[in-house]
Design a protein around this ligand. Sequence first.
Ligand code: NAP
Ligand code: MN
Length: 271
Amino acid sequence: MNPTKKKRIINVISNNNPTSKKTFNLLIKKLKEKNFVVPEKYDSQAELNICIGGDGAFLRTVHKYNFPNVPFVGINTGHLGFFQEILPEHIDEFIDKYINKDYTVEEIYLVKANICTHTNCFELFGLNEIVIKGIQSKVVHLEIFIDGNHLEKFCGDGIIISTPVGSTAYNFSTGGGIIYPSLKTLQITPLSPISSRAYRSLPNSAIIPGDIPITIKPEYRYENSILIVVDGFEIRYDDITEIDFIIPKKTIYKLNFDKNMYWNNLKSKFL
Ligand code: NAP
Ligand code: MN
């Protein structure tokens, strides 16, 4: 081997399901045969992250490594994977295409929440969505503003703020629209909005440009009844006064090998 040649490092991350573990061992063997280095521990200087599992495994990996700049590719061992393009039986083909640079790089937009309490502010990043819900199944009462303009006083189970890639997840099950991933937008989708003589909440989703802030202020009487769920992980803060949502500058990257993948996936998953 030429000693001056730069090492090509690839991280391989797998969930614990038996098919994933088998795929993991096979993939590492094949990558090594092609002279790639697969480190034992995650290396932030790697050129690629390969994630084995379903969409949930992809979400957890992205959070675990804190939304890294290293691009991702997913090998699907779960159900139909929106993030997980490669099938275990196509590993050889995938490695050849990767070496020949036969792919495009997709930028994946995230959602950022800036959460302020009476004493502090915190930032949270989500890949699919950030959900505001009531604790203990209580109705939430939220003032919603778009770019500083009051939109509504929402009452109901909660609100989903979904990214374009997250639009096919929780947002979709709740009746939200499918947003093509290259559209830089956030979608506000109501969860069981109450519309009665007492309360008026929008019954449908609204889709907002990603650079316009969405602000949510819980009614002060209900500041402590708010639960935040980021990509399926629950987080509690006390005394939330305001939450601002926006598409942040920070993005992650995914390699795409098949340009028809998105539409084929959509059809086979949902129809
Ligand atoms: P999970 O309970 O296994 O996820 C629920 C389902 O959502 C799984 O089938 C998962 O696919 C799929 N999924 C995840 N991201 C997706 C995406 N971007 N497009 C299409 N489908 C997607 O939990 P999880 O695997 O940790 O996933 C967390 C996500 O579950 C949350 O971000 C939220 O979007 C979603 N969720 C959905 C509902 C609902 O639909 N009523 C309720 C709560 C949460 P895999 O089987 O490949 O993992
Ligand atoms: Mn899952």
